[in-house]
Design a protein around this ligand. Structure first.
Ligand code: ATP
Ligand code: MG
Length: 415
């Protein structure tokens, strides 16, 4: 009996796996250039890390978590995102002594969602966090890193940076009063979810995907109008900074982001090419997360990007990194010599394909299908005389090359 993958999970092989690696190395290189250090947290954590960290009213905690009791009866959750685990480690594992605390991470995340293109139950994120610094420069640095990352992937032009200021707590408190009293007039027309949100966490209503709710929101008071002076200043610094850096942005007054812990600037890089799954990279500043998890008062700023969504955008243009050469023994007796020559060339930095079965013509076909530059053929008599045949695929030419000149000849071919 064949067994299928679980709903909303996928296997990566071939082009998608190459794209995944390409996205990751691009991200790792850039993050390190920005002074972010690699970090990995457990894939499952005590459920409280997320329920306390992300807030009970968030979509993730209220309906998307993969939680289970282990054999000891303790409740654990497969991580639905990366920030809470990093904040937990910062709070409880003695990491708060590091300043600046700038880290990047990547790996699988789990959410019980309705699977569709760009939305899975196991998906993969990469992200950065800078915890312990309140300066708006750390927000600017994080946004700039996100923008350059998309640029390095060739995707900056497909994405628009949407940014909103949700202000500090005082601003949000003032806003909430006005907002709730406006929404009370429409309470019965709101979607069921939003009626609940109105009681628990009204700001979350901005996140609603219901068209009816969005209509009602059109006439609602705007957060921007309730910002106190320091929140307005913070926002102005960010906007001025973005202009100085030449990062195009749109101010989006309805953007609040799905989690409870955000404050001041929240942002998303959105593409039109993925329909409702258009947000590829998103983040913002968060205030109480570290404290919620038992740590010191420390705010942070970070982003996370969905690797599958980035992959979908790269599908059409991506070319696999390919190999250049293959050594083929003309006779079985030279199999070990061909193998040793392959290893020797690899040690010198050449990229070689290898395949250990089939006769000469089968292996030539294989070499051709790999888009290699050339095949190096080892025949018994020539090999004894320190020579080989080089078949260059682009021209179809085959010529004799002495083994001691081989590396120089190959170098010329890959120039
Ligand atoms: P959405 O509104 O699309 O559900 P979100 O607000 O839940 O997104 P975040 O929690 O901010 O998403 O996660 C950051 C990024 O991770 C998203 O912008 C997206 O690129 C990616 N992402 C989130 N959920 C999924 C998923 N189920 N499948 C694939 N990628 C996802
Ligand atoms: Mg979601």
């Amino acid at each position: 009996m064949k067994i299928q993958t679980a709903r909303g999970t996928q296997v990566f092989y071939g082009q998608p796996a190459y794209i995944y690696e390409h996205i990751l190395t691009t991200f790792q290189n850039l993050s390190q250039n920005f002074g972010f250090a690699p970090m990995a947290t457990p894939i499952f954590e005590s459920s409280a890390v997320f329920s306390r960290g992300l807030g009970e009213s968030s979509d993730i905690v209220s309906k998307e978590m993969y939680s289970f009791n282990d054999r000891n009866g303790d409740s654990f959750t497969l991580r639905p995102e990366g920030t809470a685990g990093i904040a937990r480690a910062y709070a409880a594992d003695g990491l708060s002594q590091h300043s600046p605390f700038k880290v990047y991470y990547h790996g699988p995340m789990f959410r019980y969602e309705r699977p569709q293109k760009g939305r899975y139950r196991q998906f993969h994120q990469l992200g950065v966090e800078n915890i312990g610094i309140t300066s708006y420069f750390s927000d600017l640095e994080v946004i700039d890193l996100g923008y350059q990352f998309l640029g390095d992937l060739g995707l900056a032009k497909n994405c628009v940076l949407s940014i909103n200021s949700i202000g500090d707590e005082e601003s949000r408190r003032q806003f909430k009063e006005k907002f709730v009293s406006y929404l009370k007039n429409y309470e019965s027309e709101l979607s069921e979810d939003s009626q609940k949100r109105l009681k628990i966490n009204p700001l979350r209503i901005f996140d609603s995907k219901s068209e009816g709710d969005q209509k009602i929101l059109e006439g609602a008071p705007r957060l921007t109008d309730s910002l106190n002076e320091s929140s307005r200043e913070f926002r102005d610094h960010i906007f001025n900074g973005l202009e100085k850096l030449g990062i195009p942005y749109q101010s989006a007054s309805g953007l609040v982001r799905g989690l409870d812990y955000y404050s001041h600037e929240v942002f998303e890089f959105i593409t039109k090419d993925l329909g409702a799954q258009g947000t590829v990279l998103a983040g913002g500043r968060y205030d109480h997360l570290v404290e919620q998890l038992g740590g010191p008062k420390a705010s942070g700023v970070g982003f996370a990007a969905g690797i599958e969504r980035l992959s979908l955008l790269l599908e059409d243009q991506f070319k696999e990194a390919h190999l250049d050469f293959m050594v083929i023994p003309v006779h079985q007796d030279l199999e070990m010599d061909a193998f040793a020559l392959t290893e020797d060339l690899r040690k010198s930095g050449f990229k070689l394909f290898s395949h250990f079965s089939g006769n000469l013509s089968k292996r030539m076909k294989k070499a051709n299908s790999q888009n290699l530059k050339a095949a190096i053929l080892l025949g018994p008599d020539e090999f004894k005389q320190g020579k080989c045949q080089l078949k260059v695929f682009a021209t179809g030419e085959q010529s004799e090359v002495s083994l001691k000149d081989l590396k120089v000849t190959l170098s010329k071919l890959i120039k």
